[in-house]
Design a binder for this molecule. Sequence first.
Ligand code: SF4
Ligand code: SF4
Length: 357
Amino acid sequence: MSNRVNPDLKKELRKFGEGDWNDCFNCGNCTAICSLTEKDILFPRKEIRAIQMGLKNKLASSVGPWLCYYCGECSETCPRDANPGELMMAVRRYLTKIYDWTGLAGLFYRSKLALFIGFLLVLIAVIAVGYVKGFETEALMEFGHLFEQYVILALFTLIILPNIFHMFWLTIVKQKVKAPVFSYITGFWHLIWNMFTQNRSLKCETGSFRWLEHFLIVIGYLLLLFTTVFLNWFSTENNFIIWLGYIVCGLVFVFTFDFIIDRLRKKREVTKFSHHSDWLFVIWLFLLGLTAFIVRLFVDTNLIDNNLWLYMIHLIVIAQWGILLVPFGKWTHFLYRSFAIYFANLKKSALKREGKL
Ligand code: SF4
Ligand code: SF4
């Protein structure tokens, strides 16, 4: 891959987060202190250096930024206050833009106005659907249920999978990484394990409570998706499914509320700066859990027919989340990070095969 210098790289990266790339004088303290760096995959100094030198292709082929869990330890110890943890966050947003073939991820990260227009259009579309369905509870709930299924199918086939393949292309194929075939198979188990547990973050000093909160949100969110999309939670009469739904909704909105408070307090290194995508992610996840919980409560108390506006709000939140925030926002980091670990393991297997590790 050619490593031609792009003098505008630093300027472009500034649109994706806070921080000045010139502050870093490359002492390497951040890499030394990071508990997640390994002999063959060193970050964040290497990525910061690549940006300072305008090496866009080198950055695009790097999996390092995804292996950072933003614990903030490096930012606390940086002698130049360059905030390498937040710089890595900006790089992850930028990489999301690079992988995304639609161009919308980059647009929404850079422009609040574009995002606002997107949210408004989805809101109008949902109200129009409500109007077409005569604002009738049963018809709208049936629509909502089908909508969730089609959106998931469309997102994965049209956006998420092609984008992950693009990431694979940039980090493995273009880099001519020749990993043994068996490492593609054995590494897949690690991919799934990391995706659900994100257990690498336990190596950071931020503590196991943060990890547990993240873990419960991920599990709660996935189970909420499963109960509503596949078990038709709003319409089921099965008591086990109903209670399961209440519990997972509770997990999602209680723990995301704690995340919102944490961001408002700004006490930890990682919450000192919040990009608009960070806010939208936690607030919409919170609303998703809360509105689902209240809608089911109103179904169980036979109040939903006279309070259809509640279901309309839930549908608007789901549509904005599913159409805008999942494919083009911070949600994708969860997937890219898991695949980055997979690709990093492929790189290590290739190095071992060549006797370089
Ligand atoms: S970000 Fe800070 S700690 Fe890391 S290399 Fe630059 S100056 Fe050193
Ligand atoms: S924020 Fe934490 S995980 Fe990320 S590079 Fe810094 S020390 Fe490593």
